[in-house]
Design a protein around this ligand. Structure first.
Ligand SMILES: [Zn+2]
Length: 245
């Protein structure tokens, strides 16, 4: 388990530009999970049922991302239950298969939210806790490694501090802070996984990648981590069944 080397990716919000992500992944033998709300982020469009089905058919995973993309902790229990459960049911109806994973909208959750996600029958949930390469994590608090987004450095420090991710913080302060771009940071963390084992998890939003014009950066990042000996490429749900959680 210690020398497990895994790459997974996940993509939030179900924007139709996710199809471009799928194409980049497909051509590189990479896997991923697409977290899809019923109503898109800021009322945007989401993937058509036919697209969701064909993504599933070729081995990608569709996960749930609430009904209306609202942050969950501030909602009433009734609203939370609806957001978490109806999304699963509607996606399952469209797909004709089980939806196993959930992703917290805006990265927001608390103990009550986790309880509802568990009760709804999800096997795990993804957070936005960054800079993790650990093989052990709580199933309903799956961390990520890097986001396809040019964060400034204080964002990483705040993210690690909030998550009380001490090893991540030490790693960042001693090794990673000199890397200026998210791609360089991603490469460095991937090298750590190659050397010591671990999980490398890239996440992002296709609409944001498009707005920022960082498709070339994403391509470079995906090229770097693909087709490596000894590395397993999986969806988020598959990762959950491999990792010791
Ligand atoms: Zn989202």
């Amino acid at each position: 388990m210690q020398h497990l080397k895994v790459v997974t990716t996940s993509w939030d919000d179900g924007d139709p530009r996710d199809l471009r992500i799928a194409e980049l992944l497909r051509h590189r033998g990479l896997m991923g999970t697409f977290y899809v709300p019923i109503t898109g982020y800021l009322g945007g469009k989401t993937l058509a049922t036919a697209d969701l089905r064909s993504l599933t058919f070729e081995g990608f995973e569709i996960g749930a991302h609430t009904v209306s993309h609202r942050s969950l902790p501030a909602l009433s229990l009734k609203e939370q239950v609806h957001e978490v459960r109806a999304c699963k049911q509607m996606l399952e109806q469209r797909l004709g298969s089980k939806v196993r994973m959930f992703c917290y909208t805006n990265g927001c959750y608390d103990g009550r939210v986790i309880r509802e996600v568990k009760k709804a029958g999800y096997e795990g949930a993804r957070t936005v806790r960054m800079l993790s390469v650990k093989t052990r994590f709580a199933a309903y608090e799956m961390p990520v490694t890097v986001q396809a987004y040019p964060h400034d450095k204080s964002r990483y420090r705040r993210n690690l501090g909030r998550a009380r991710n001490i090893s991540g913080l030490v790693n960042y302060l001693t090794e990673l802070r000199r890397f200026d771009s998210w791609v360089e940071l991603g490469k460095r963390l991937f090298n750590q996984v190659l050397e010591h084992g671990g999980i490398w998890h890239l996440y992002g939003h296709s609409w944001e990648i498009d707005q920022l014009g960082i498709w070339p950066d994403l391509t470079e990042m995906l090229d770097y981590v693909s087709r490596r000996d000894g590395v397993t490429y999986v969806t988020n749900a598959r990762l959950l069944s491999m990792a010791s959680v």
